[in-house]
Design a binder for this molecule. Structure first.
Ligand code: ZN
Length: 452
């Protein structure tokens, strides 16, 4: 095992005691943290690799709780549209994705996440054109190449427009085929062991694109196999109207009636929840992937994050797909969460430290990894982000956590995943950004050309 010491930095551990250290050390032994504390690393640790981190802030690696990586090939579309208008415009473009699209977009999107401090990401992939190959395997290969920990969700849609759903019939799948594919994804890719690099979740897409039968059967399968459940919920007023008209209940009640709430479930958005519903989220331990930039881009509204936190629900952060958040960079979402919460409910609605907690330990809880991710504690996985706060952008801001959340947005200085350095001096080590950009531009052009 190789030992790395990181010394001289401020440390926001986000551990159980929320300990913060003005100038301290971290010691990494292989893929685990073995020491965290004040001052230099104890002499007993003979470092193979020593990092001088003076003037920097160490935080847990950030956790991204919601994404659609394939959407990196369709940025800039439907610029002033509501969610439903945006989806109707984009579904026919997405119908032409294939394994080359997913390879290029997953590498680009995961590289953007790594450069913005993300060490663990989920992805919600729900477009599976016939003959496109094993798209989950393609994105898992991309995550291995970039070096981030990865929790892909096998998404699904089986409710096409002819059956009262929103997506065109041509891009929905057959229910039995979906359930078979979900089981195969778990068989092939899910690693339940500690320190896992890849875990699978099951994720029928939304109330307006999935049948009730598929929701129920997917939950049964996930619980039988011990994997987590994810879906979109309560994103817009249009969705609420759809649920009231089709099911006679609001979106959260619809899920509750199907046994879909619990501490093995996390839901993207949850913008339109009332007080009873936020309490129900907390009581059931159901997680939320808060996606403030995407909600702002689509004008969906502002999620009741302070109320969800007060109720005890885990609230992680998500960039959401790059077609509704062209940036796709995770550290931006700390600031977006702060400014939206404060614009809605005043300057005490959310603190910089709470925003960092959302991006770390709350996100880890959403993905079922809070035992070993989302905090810098002895025994936790060595997933660390180091932020350079020494220059003009941050000079004179005494509080490093506040500086990170409210200062200029820029790449992480150093990113370590399971003890392996994947970003160094702000540069991605595992791929060439120019090559990623060229591949992404080629796939974006191809999809634009093939679009109806
Ligand atoms: Zn989404």
């Amino acid at each position: 095992m190789s030992i790395t010491t990181i010394e001289g930095c401020a440390i926001a551990t986000v551990d159980d005691a929320r300990r913060e250290i003005a100038a301290g050390h971290l010691v990494l032994d292989g893929d685990r943290i073995v020491a965290v504390g004040e001052g230099p690393a104890p002499v007993q640790w003979k470092a193979d690799h020593r990092i001088d981190a003076s003037g920097k802030l160490a935080t847990p690696g950030l956790v991204n709780c919601h994404h659609h990586l394939y959407q990196w090939a369709t940025r800039g579309y439907a610029q002033d549209a509501t969610l439903f208008e945006w989806l109707v415009a984009l579904y026919p473009v997405w119908a032409n994705i294939d394994d080359a699209t997913v390879a290029a977009t997953a590498r680009a999107g995961l590289a953007a996440l790594a450069r913005s401090g993300c060490t663990t990401s989920t992805d919600h992939h729900y477009i599976f054109p016939r003959h496109a190959g094993d798209l989950l395997a393609v994105e898992i290969d991309a995550a291995r190449a970039i070096g981030v920990r990865f929790h892909p969700c096998r998404g699904a849609m089986d409710l096409g427009v002819s059956a009262g759903g929103l997506p065109p019939d041509a891009i929905v799948e057959d229910r039995d085929a979906i359930l078979t594919a979900c089981a195969e994804a778990i068989d092939r890719h899910h690693d339940p062991s500690p320190g896992a690099r890849v875990r699978i979740a099951l994720a029928p897409t939304s109330p307006f694109s999935v049948s009730r039968e598929l929701m129920v059967e997917t939950a049964e399968l996930a619980r039988r196999r011990g994997v987590r459940l994810h879906t979109h919920l309560a994103e817009t007023d249009d969705e609420e109207r759809f649920c009231l008209e089709r099911f006679g209940v609001r979106p959260l009640q619809y899920l509750d009636d199907m046994g879909w709430l619990g501490d093995d479930v996390w839901l993207a958005h949850c913008v339109h929840l009332n007080a009873d519903e936020t309490a129900r989220m907390g009581a059931t331990g159901t997680g939320v992937a808060h996606c403030p930039t995407s909600n702002g881009r689509l004008g969906a509204g502002i999620a009741p994050v302070p109320a969800l936190l007060a109720a005890g629900a885990p609230v992680g952060l998500g960039v959401d797909g790059a077609a509704s958040n062209e940036s796709g960079e995770l550290v931006d979402e700390l600031r977006a969460a702060l400014v939206l919460a404060r614009a809605k409910a005043g300057p005490r609605a959310l603190t910089a430290r709470q925003a960092l907690e959302l991006a770390t330990r709350h996100g880890a809880r959403c993905l079922g990894r809070d035992d070993e991710l989302g905090h810098l504690s002895v025994g936790a996985l060595a997933d660390v982000a180091l932020w350079d706060l020494s220059d003009l952008g941050y000079a004179g801001i005494a509080d490093p956590v506040f500086a990170l959340a409210f200062g200029p947005l820029r790449p992480v200085d150093l990113l370590v995943v399971g003890g392996e350095v994947i970003v160094e001096d702000g540069e991605l080590r595992t791929a060439d950004p120019l090559t990623l950009a060229a591949d992404l531009a080629r796939e974006s052009r191809r999809l634009a050309k093939a679009a109806p």
